[in-house]
Design a binder for this molecule. Structure first.
Ligand SMILES: C[S@@+](CC[C@H](N)C(=O)[O-])C[C@H]1O[C@@H](n2cnc3c(N)ncnc32)[C@H](O)[C@@H]1O
Length: 366
């Protein structure tokens, strides 16, 4: 009942009162009046929280599910063994729960934003149909199922980062407060445009307000027990941008933009539009730097173009770390094989990262 408005409550109460009067007039049995009185009390009890309907995901099979390596796609370049897993992330997360519960230090995710734009190279339209009255509850239900498992996978001092924009920030914040506790959530702002990086930016049309930022929700398993490392931020010294260590601030300036993320893909694939919604590697790198130890396990179950894998390997190279990553993405439009995998392969070779990679797919035995 918590999602009904004051006006709606008043209307319901007035209808129930009318029914009560009618029942009294016709001397109806007392028990009918008692039922109505109970309903009134229920409606008038103040509640606060997020109410949404649970949506089942028919296509998630639970039995005889396994991960199988495609040996021909293995990359061996020394160092740690990372994993790229192709498939539906809920089914894979359920599998990971068996061996990684309480073991993941950092989770970075950039889920579909529920924009209803089915031109996106991913399954956004499946959980966001503009004509669908349940647009928000479908998305929340989709997210809640995955976040519940994410919560279990985190270590006691683990951190989950979630990229999100204005479409669902309000709902997601409430959901995460409910799951992690209000005191365990912070909200960062990521300016997604910046003239310093945006040489190739194509202006999009907008109505009244041009959105120049997104958000990163930071969900701590236990914030009071978690200490962030300093991150590297560009600072202007004698008219020159120099990276220096600083405490993380709530506005993540100077770490790349939507346009610069596309430039990164342009360099790799010769086509900056090959994937619509990449995040800049540097943004993810600093988020991981803040929350990880040198041997942390980092998970991204909406891997997209693989920026999280790239960021982890770049950080390892810089500070001689041994972090390992697990990335998950479905293979809709061949994203996992032709973009995520190819990017990781390309950067391992180009940057001479001492890293290994296994490519796994989910199999169903029934
Ligand atoms: C916004 S993109 C992530 C972009 C990524 N952060 C990057 O920098 O490239 C979301 C990704 O999640 C994937 N995805 C959406 N729903 C999924 C699901 N249920 N299981 C696995 N992957 C999914 C999409 O294919 C898409 O590549």
């Amino acid at each position: 009942m918590s999602n009904i408005t004051r006006k709606h409550i008043e209307e319901l109460i007035s209808k129930i009162s009318g029914l009560e009067r009618y029942l009294e007039e016709i001397s109806a049995p007392e028990q009918f009046l008692q039922i109505l009185d109970k309903a009134k009390q229920e409606i008038l009890t103040e509640k606060y929280g997020l109410v949404f309907e649970d949506h089942t995901e028919e296509n998630i099979r639970k039995n005889n599910v396994n991960l199988v390596e495609e040996r021909s796609l293995r990359i061996e370049n020394g160092g740690q063994m990372n994993q790229l897993i192709e498939g539906e992330n809920l089914a894979i997360l359920k599998l990971l729960e068996e061996s990684y519960n309480g073991k993941i230090d950092v989770i970075c995710i950039d889920p579909p934003y529920n924009t209803g734009m089915d031109w996106l190279n991913y399954n956004d339209h499946d959980c966001a149909d503009e004509a669908d009255l349940y647009i928000h509850s479908k998305w929340l239900s989709f997210m809640e199922k995955r976040l519940k498992i994410a919560y279990n996978l985190l270590t006691d001092t683990g951190v989950l980062y979630i990229n999100i924009d204005e479409n669902e920030i309000g709902n997601l914040l409430l959901l995460c407060c409910h799951m992690f506790g209000e005191n365990n959530i912070d909200t960062l702002i990521w300016p997604k445009t910046d003239s310093r990086f945006d040489q190739n930016r194509v202006e999009k049309s907008f109505h009244n307000i041009k959105m120049a930022h997104e958000y990163v929700l930071v969900c701590f398993k236990e914030k009071s027990q978690t200490n962030f490392n300093k991150i590297k931020l560009p600072t202007l010294v004698n008219n020159q941008w120099i990276d220096s260590f600083a405490e993380m601030e709530s506005i993540l300036k100077g770490l790349g933009t939507t346009s610069s993320a596309k430039d990164e893909l342009g360099e790799i694939f010769g086509n900056r539009y090959i994937f619509q919604t990449p995040k800049p590697m540097r943004l993810v790198k600093e988020l991981v730097r803040a929350a990880s130890k040198s041997n942390s396990i980092i998970l991204d179950f909406f891997a997209g173009s693989g920026s999280t894998g790239h960021a982890v390997m770049d950080l390892n190279k810089e500070d001689k770390g041994n972090r390992v990553f697990i990335l998950i993405n479905n293979n809709e439009n061949n994203i996992c094989r032709e973009i995520t995998y190819e990017r990781l392969k390309w950067v391992i070779e180009k940057e001479k990262y001492s890293e290994n990679l296994k490519y796994l797919t989910i199999t169903y035995g029934d």
